[in-house]
Design a protein around this ligand. Structure first.
Ligand code: NAD
Length: 492
């Protein structure tokens, strides 16, 4: 195996070859300092073709898909071990590429390792089914891999998002071509190395950095890609779904959100505000499930705003590796400009910026893409900042009067990814949980996630469900098998 890695120009992974390519190399920039981390080789259409051919050959050899499930599970388990053994490196790569604070990067590495461990267990235990027959035969449902799966991921949490796709796709017996975000290519490359070290057959996981318009486009259009699993923005997801529709291949989409976070007047207000703060400001708000629309029952609006503004102003924004840092920069300078333009739109639309709404001051922030935790009140539910996904540390606060008013406002969005409700009334919690149009509802908590629970969006937040035991089925097609017990006995 060649490992011609360079600190200056990172190679891509095709089979067991580390391929360096100077042309169009990506520049990885540290959003906390503006410094160049390294450059990264990019796959053009010819290299995408080579990687898909390698993946296809690896899938066709059947070494991986026919490996006994408990043996395949051992490989997945070793990948999990390898992620844990390389935790410092992986957390650091994510931190210098997307600016998340060190503690969150470490937690996400642990979560990714747990994801591989979980899918090792699923791989070993998930079987085929014998179905009720209507005659003298055995009927069953067997599950088979698609072959080559394209996995395309965003920059906000490459560690966990990529594990959530790669682990079940491999458990299902597929070969995977991963195209990580152009902002965060290094985590996927490091996991590719760890997978090879763990004994994954070469070609079963290939990692191709590059832009969406070049590498992504070539990958989703490739004739030998048989399934696409995408996490990212809704506009990109719609485009990928259209390409998949033309090609008649399945697609799984985890897309954007504008999640309602709800506080009723009987809630424990301190716990609720703590949940709101974590739900929007963790990861600088760059989370698909961020609770970015806060609905507060009118009778407690002032109290909640007072507590929320105090908490937002006390969040320690700092360099991601600084001791005690709670919020780092946002992932890039262009992204910060977009956040700023949406906050400006809120000001124009009569919003009142009660906290943040600007860059932090001080020398240590000058070279990074920092933005303060921001609380905006006074907007209508139709305002641009309330309707569009900002994907930054900005929460818009809106009042509601009663349950009907709340449900009408909360569901008045094209998105339907997540939601949260704080109330002491368990019957109301149940009613609200069932009425919200969202793939996840948190009751008196927020952002707690388990790999064992299926996850995905309603409406324009996505199609399909990742995670859970059935997360493996996303990457398999079922086959009905009828096996006669009496060949002479054909149906009349
Ligand atoms: P994005 O849609 O811009 O990019 C996502 C990925 O798609 C990147 O790898 C990009 O290179 C690729 N891509 C772009 N155009 C493409 C094309 N034409 N063909 C193929 N690939 C293409 O999203 P982003 O800015 O990287 O991430 C932020 C978005 O991701 C937000 O909307 C966020 O809500 C969403 N997200 C969703 C979830 C979820 O689970 N629902 C999780 C995390 C992030």
């Amino acid at each position: 195996m060649s490992t011609s890695s360079s600190d200056q120009l990172k190679p891509m992974l095709i089979g067991d070859q580390w391929v360096v390519r100077e042309d169009d190399a990506l520049e990885s920039i540290n959003p906390a300092t503006g410094a160049l981390n390294y450059r990264v080789s990019v796959a053009d259409a010819a290299l995408v073709d080579e990687a898909v051919a390698t993946a296809r050959a690896a899938a066709a050899s059947r070494t991986w898909r026919d490996m006994l499930p408990h043996v395949r599970a051992q490989v997945l388990g070793r990948i999990s071990d390898g992620i844990r053994a390389n935790a410092e490196e992986l957390a650091r790569l994510q931190m210098i590429e997307n600016g998340k604070v060190w503690s969150e990067c470490q937690a996400q590495v642990a979560s990714a390792a747990a994801t591989y461990r979980y899918y090792a267990a699923v791989c070993e235990t998930l079987g085929a089914e014998v179905t009720p027959s209507r005659g003298d035969y055995l009927s069953m449902t067997a599950y088979e891999p698609y072959g080559v799966v394209a996995a395309i991921t965003p920059w906000n949490s490459p560690m966990t998002m990529e594990a959530q796709k790669i682990a079940p796709a491999l458990a299902a017996g597929n070969a995977v071509v991963l195209k990580p975000s152009e902002v965060t290519p290094a985590v996927g490359l490091a996991v590719g190395r760890i997978a090879l070290e763990a004994g994954l057959p070469p070609g079963i996981l290939n990692v191709l950095p590059g832009t969406g318009s070049q590498t992504g486009k070539a990958l989703i259009g490739h004739r030998d890609v048989r399934m696409i699993s995408f996490t990212g923005g809704t506009i990109t997801g719609r485009h990928i779904a259209a390409v998949a529709a033309q090609r008649l291949i399945p697609v799984a989409l985890e897309l954007g959100g504008k999640s309602p976070h709800i506080i009723f007047d009987d809630a424990n207000l301190q716990a609720a505000v703590d949940g709101v703060v974590d739900g929007i400001f963790e990861g600088s708000g760059q989370s698909c499930v961020a609770g970015s629309r806060l609905f507060v029952q009118r009778s407690v609006l002032d109290q909640v705003l007072e507590r929320l503004v105090a908490r937002a102003n006390s969040i320690r924004v700092d360099l991601p590796d600084a001791q005690g840092a709670q919020m780092g920069p946002v992932a890039g300078f262009r992204h910060r400009e977009r956040i700023e333009s949406l906050v400006d739109s809120a000001r124009r639309e009569k919003g009142e910026v009660l906290a943040g709404g600007r860059r932090p001051e001080g020398e240590r922030f000058e070279r990074g893409s920092f933005y303060l935790p921001t609380v905006i009140a006074g907007l209508s539910n139709q305002a641009t900042a309330v309707r569009e996904e900002i994907f930054g540390p900005v929460v818009c606060v809106l009042p509601f009067d009663d349950e009907d008013d709340l449900i009408a406002q909360a569901n008045d969005t094209v998105f339907g990814l997540a939601s949260g409700v704080w109330t002491a009334n368990y019957q109301r919690a149940w009613r609200i949980a069932r009425a919200l149009e969202a793939g996840v509802v948190w009751i008196n908590t927020y952002k707690q996630l388990s790999i064992a629970t299926p996850f995905g969006g309603f409406k324009e937040s996505g199609i399909g469900r990742e995670k859970g035991v059935t997360g493996v089925r996303l990457y398999q097609q079922s086959k009905g098998i009828y096996w006669s017990m009496n060949p002479a006995n054909l149906p009349a």
